[in-house]
Design a protein around this ligand. Structure first.
Ligand SMILES: C[S@@+](CC[C@H](N)C(=O)[O-])C[C@H]1O[C@@H](n2cnc3c(N)ncnc32)[C@H](O)[C@@H]1O
Length: 506
């Protein structure tokens, strides 16, 4: 450990370090946390071999987001205190009202639930919901339960995946639950979530301050429930508004958002209705979510699902704004078709999924004859959480798009959503066959295999992605998911490999 003299109040670097952290990850270090930050900086100097905090600061200012020193600092600055069944009033609402209603509605339809613990810390929140679902659902294994926990603290994610907790973390749990859902670890003060329960939850990296959701690629879309609790304290008001906007877009119609009691946000969240219950409030997205009345952006937004307009991959997408629409021999028909595509293109760019679904209903025939339009509807419906209908539209488009890797990739994602694992694997293989360097298809294929317990194949596919990425510059945007750099995905894969106790590929 370096021997740095620290006087947090006087040190000029403190101000710069705080702004750097805020700029990089959107985290605001409060005044009362300066001493703590000073200690963290001193510890990081020792660990990474910097003479003093100014030298550390210089290194940080040029290091990429996934550099070990950056990740180490973030892991230490973010305080991940959490425990099981935190906030009794909210847990009672979930257990007694929201989840039973949702389960009853889905029982006779898709039997799919999508739940996101944003800022999941070490997973206590998500496993609490998993426990409730296990108790409320008759045969949970017959359901598609998508339970996703995200955080930017990689160490916390690793612990969440391992599921080992101290008695202190388990303080909100009855003895019956402790025994039923946890194994002894051999130590008197910790217990581990049982293996079958751990497979129901998935934990991945996600910086809430980054513009990377909603997206079907990381499964962050069409959520029935989002828990985003006790994290907004770290952000300023502007950042909170931006994140909330993206969360609203990530909720399915009828979906609910829970915030933490300490998250003092403006009680009015545009696009959500607030509802009160004893000791708590929650936010619900109306069933018929009005399309935002924002003007169509000049540049298309990033699509929430892969391969659509505006992305680098045009194969399956509609023509981008800059691409001329092909001239047809019958100008009037061609003009009408161009108008039709232009309208659709505008809706996709503005992510007006509900409007696209309604458009497709009105103009079903016209949509059905265009694979591009059908795929756009499939993506829109996927983003609205209507997976069955999305799959039907995608399969309608496939005969017309048989050689299009994006179409097969979308098909695979939708099959995966429907827990049709074998068919999804086949569709991923088809996408990879059509485009061998399709990184995201390899990656999703790997995760699906690992999730299905096919460790060997899954790891092989992860290495394939890692090798493909090794040839690309770290800062290059990933084809099909422009918000993600090749370097970032490589880092995520290295984490994934280390979770599977594998050494990094040479
Ligand atoms: C106090 S814990 C909250 C845990 C849990 N949600 C709860 O309420 O018990 C705050 C978590 O937010 C995470 N966090 C902070 N900034 C974040 C960001 N920009 N993106 C994602 N997670 C973030 C921290 O790593 C930490 O795990």
């Amino acid at each position: 450990m370096s021997n740095v003299t620290l006087d947090a109040d006087k040190a000029g670097w403190m101000h710069d370090l705080r702004s750097l952290i805020e700029r990089r990850v959107g985290l605001r270090v409060a005044d009362h946390q300066r001493e703590q930050l000073a200690r963290i900086a001193a510890e990081a100097c020792g660990r990474f071999g910097y003479a003093d905090p100014p030298e550390l600061l210089r290194a940080l200012s040029t290091a990429p987001d996934d550099a070990p020193v950056v990740e180490h600092l973030i892991a230490n600055v973010t305080i991940g205190e959490s425990h099981f069944f935190r906030d009794r009033a909210q847990m009672a609402f979930l257990e007694q009202e929201f989840l039973p209603d949702l389960i009853a509605r889905r029982q006779s339809s898709s039997r799919t639930l999508r739940i996101w613990s944003a800022a999941a810390s070490e997973g206590q929140e998500l496993y609490s919901v998993a426990i409730m679902l296990d108790e409320l659902i008759d045969r949970p294994d017959d359901w598609n339960l998508h339970l996703l926990g995200t955080d930017l603290n990689v160490e916390a994610l690793r612990r969440a995946t391992e599921g080992v907790y101290s008695n202190w973390s388990l303080r909100g749990l009855s003895n019956i639950r402790r025994l039923h859902y946890f194994d002894s670890t051999g130590k008197h003060d910790t217990r581990q979530v049982k293996a079958w329960m751990r497979t129901r939850a998935r934990f991945i990296y996600q910086n809430l301050a980054a513009d990377t959701f909603p997206s079907m690629l990381n499964d962050l879309h069409a959520m029935d429930l989002v828990l985003c609790r006790n994290v907004f304290i770290y952000f300023d008001a502007v950042r909170v508004r931006e994140i909330l906007q993206r969360i609203v877009a990530t909720l399915a119609p009828g979906g609910v958002l829970l915030l933490g009691a300490s998250d003092l946000v403006n009680p009015q969240i545009p696009g959500l209705d607030i509802e009160m219950r004893p000791g708590m409030c929650f936010y619900r997205k109306p069933l018929q979510h009005a399309s935002p009345q924002t003007p169509t952006p000049k540049r298309p937004n990033k699509p929430a699902v892969p391969g659509s307009l505006g992305g680098a991959r045009h194969a399956a997408g509609l023509p981008s704004g800059s691409r001329p629409v092909a001239k047809a021999s019958r100008p009037a028909v061609a003009d009408r078709h161009a108008d039709f595509l232009a309208t659709l293109q505008e809706q996709v760019a503005a992510q007006r999924w509900q409007e696209i679904a309604e458009f497709a209903e009105r103009e079903a025939d016209r949509f059905a004859t265009s694979s591009e339009a059908s795929l756009a509807v499939a993506r829109a419906l996927g983003n609205l959480g209507q997976q069955d209908a999305a799959l039907r539209w995608c399969e309608r488009a496939l005969p017309l798009a048989a050689t299009d890797p994006d179409a097969h990739f979308l098909h695979a994602l939708l099959l995966q959503e429907a827990s049709r694992v074998e068919e999804a694997l086949k569709a991923f293989r088809r996408a990879i066959f059509l485009q061998p360097d399709f990184v995201l298809a390899h990656y999703q294929y790997a995760l699906l295999q690992l999730g299905a317990g096919r460790r060997e194949g899954g790891l092989r596919s992860l290495y394939n992605v890692r090798n493909l990425l090794a040839a690309a510059p770290a800062d290059r945007a990933l084809q099909g998911a422009e918000h993600m750099s090749c370097g970032r995905l490589a880092q995520i894969i290295d984490n994934e490999l280390s979770l599977h106790h594998e050494s990094r590929p040479g």
